[in-house]
Design a protein around this ligand. Structure first.
Ligand SMILES: O=C(O)CCC(=O)C(=O)O
Ligand SMILES: [Fe+2]
Length: 273
């Protein structure tokens, strides 16, 4: 495998561009996986046993995934140097539960924020999902499914390829095999779904959404307690979505370093409706 200076191999870039998704197997250690699974178990079944700053994502043991180096090196290549974490959700998905129908794909790009482009040897993805699978996954379990290549399809997604019913699925619909602790990257513009979970044991996972520093799609739902419990280097991934402040001379740039050195709060964590 050829490495380049970005930390993403040429093969990974080829694969992500071709298919719209990429699996990095076992980037978390078994101890890290066990600690995060224990936290998610408590969040779903015994919240009071956790201190307030660990009762939701991305606090507690889960905070190590905010800026995991094996994730950031991919995101810096496919989004750019300045990345925000704009949504993070943990799941404890039981047999028969699902996230929803196939969505995304085709020329519509859903919304410019999700748009996928490649130019001059670089990938420019809009919102990128990173699923941290915390159990071993086989492609028949019902983890996230994709229609590879649909992120840059030139025709609208055809109805014949949009079913999740057994026997009526697209021949292109696929999933992945990976050990616990793996990261699965995909552009939100790829046609994808979280179909009904098939296994007796739950799917325990964290679903993150990263995007360019200048954009913000999800209204933040990180609680003030969880945010306050994070070190400033992790809060920086939730800083306000802007690039340059032209009120000052010279222009102020919303860099990671500036946020970490200052005392500005991250974006509004008041999650009242
Ligand atoms: O639940 C899943 O496996 C997929 C969820 C989804 O659509 C997403 O993360 O964008
Ligand atoms: Fe989605």
């Amino acid at each position: 495998m050829s490495e380049n200076t970005t930390g993403m191999t040429e093969e990974e870039k080829f694969r992500f561009d071709l298919t719209g998704f990429l699996v990095r197997p076992a980037i978390l250690t078994p101890d890290e996986v066990a600690a995060i699974v224990d936290q998610i178990d408590r969040i779903f079944h015994d919240k009071e046993s956790l201190p307030p700053e660990e009762r939701g994502m991305p606090g507690g043991a889960a905070q190590l995934i905010i800026d995991h180096p094996k994730v950031m090196e991919v995101l810096h290549e496919i989004i750019g140097p300045d990345v925000r974490l704009e949504n993070t959700t943990c799941i404890w998905r039981k047999k028969g539960e699902q996230h929803g129908d196939l969505h995304g794909g085709g020329p519509g790009q859903i919304d410019p924020i999700f748009g996928y482009r490649s130019a001059q040897g670089r990938i420019h993805a809009g919102m990128v999902r990173v699923v941290f699978e915390l159990t071993n996954i086989s492609r028949h379990d019902g983890a996230t499914h994709f229609i590879p290549g649909s992120h840059k399809a030139n025709f609208p997604m055809h109805p014949d390829h949009m079913s999740l019913e057994e026997g009526a699925r697209s021949e292109f619909l696929t999933s992945y095999d990976c050990p616990a602790g793996s990261a699965v990257f995909f552009t939100e513009n790829l046609c994808h779904a979280g179909p009904p979970w098939q296994r007796e044991t739950p799917r325990v996972a964290i679903l993150n959404a990263y995007s360019h520093l200048a954009t913000h799609w999800h209204r933040l739902k990180v609680t003030p307690e969880v945010m306050a419990g994070l070190p400033r280097e992790k809060q920086a991934y939730f800083r306000e979505p802007w690039i340059a402040d032209f009120r000052s001379s010279p222009v102020t740039h919303n860099t990671f370093e500036r946020f970490v050195a200052g005392d500005e709060p991250p974006v509004d964590t008041d999650n009242s409706p």
